[in-house]
Ligand binder design. Structure first.
Ligand code: UDP
Ligand code: MG
Length: 320
């Protein structure tokens, strides 16, 4: 296969306002880095706006642009997977469509990769511009919590913005799971991975495509995909409660024998409420894992491609 030196892979959902600038800035940065030997892979993740027609127009005028149209919105991580599957470069740059991650950093990231002989250069956010306090706090909390409970060390404050070698990407692509937390999966494959600090810019246009619901889902995929701590927590709580209730039974039976059991409404209610809450929580955690097991067991394709504009040399399977 005739591989370009570099592939830039971009998942896009309702990004019509960003695509042209994105295309221009990414192409310029890539040209600076590797001359003409690159491709840009844009994945349209079932956008409701005119993203796809903009992509088609751009791709008609640029033989280096591959535009992939998924059959519907599959979500950020699966759209990115589609792009990574179908790209064919020797080095791969993952970047968001909204230009929060400056493409101009490519040159420096390549230098870091060469100097440190790394397989993955992941970009760590020093600052986050133009994002809500809520987003910053939840993100900071999320990455620190994840670090505490996961078995795989996943770098703090790191998104999907990163440069990878083909061998690291191929290793990543061999992981078949459905609930995909890509930055964790890349950390899992290992090889030599080095950080690269940068300041995250504001969105070029449009709103965040990560409302609270998607953020929670994303966080749950990360936790359940990389840690069994919640399951262990459930069994620890269960153990403590069993011990406590054994004491309680002794106390109740003792009171009954000594004939001093009055109607203890408060304590009864406390026990019922506390136990009820803990049981619901534990059941919920088990449900999270069970739900994911069920999804994995179905072994559905990760995504479906509807159309492709431009040349594709990557895997011909298109996700089937
Ligand atoms: N995205 C996507 N599918 C989705 C949601 C988001 O492909 O269902 C893309 C989006 O177009 C962007 C990237 O994922 O390129 C990150 O999304 P966003 O910038 O909205 O997230 P934030 O930076 O606010 O966390
Ligand atoms: Mg963004």
């Amino acid at each position: 296969m005739n591989r370009p030196r570099l592939s830039v892979v971009v998942p896009c959902y309702n990004e019509e306002g960003c695509l042209e600038t994105l295309h221009a800035r990414v192409s310029a940065a890539a040209r600076d880095a590797v001359g003409e030997d690159f491709e840009v892979v844009l994945v349209n993740d079932g956008s409701k706006d005119d993203s796809w027609s903009v992509m088609q127009r751009l791709s008609a005028a640029d033989p280096r642009l591959v535009a992939i149209n998924l059959s519907r919105n599959h979500g950020h991580q699966l759209a990115l997977t589609a792009g990574l599957d179908l790209c064919s470069g020797e080095e791969i740059l993952i970047i968001d469509a909204d230009l929060q991650d400056p493409p101009e950093l490519l040159a420096e990231m390549r230098r870091t990769m060469a100097e440190q002989q790394a397989d993955v250069v992941y970009a760590v956010r020093r600052k986050r511009e133009g994002e809500t306090i809520f987003k910053k706090i939840t993100a900071a909390f999320f990455y620190r919590m994840l670090d505490k409970i996961t078995d795989t060390p996943i770098p703090l404050d790191t998104g999907d913005f990163r440069l990878m070698t083909r061998r690291a990407l191929d290793a990543f692509l061999s992981l078949p799971e459905q609930a995909r937390f890509i930055r964790g999966m890349v950390a899992w494959v290992g090889f030599r991975q080095v950080p690269f600090a940068y300041d995250r810019a504001e969105r070029h246009a449009g709103e965040t495509k990560y409302p609270l619901g998607k953020m929670i889902r994303f966080a749950l995929d990360a936790v359940t995909g990389f840690s069994t701590a919640p399951l262990r927590f459930a069994s620890h709580v269960g153990l403590v409660l069993t011990a406590a209730s054994a004491l309680l039974v002794l106390y109740i039976v003792g009171g009954w024998i000594m004939g001093r059991n009055a109607a203890g409404w408060t304590s009864t209610m406390l026990v019922v409420v506390v136990l009820g809450a803990v049981q619901m929580f534990v059941l919920g955690m088990i449900g999270e894992y069970l739900g994911r097991l069920y999804v994995e067991a179905k072994r559905r394709p990760l995504y479906l491609v509807a159309d492709i504009a431009g040349p594709v040399q990557g895997r011909a399977s298109l996700g089937y």
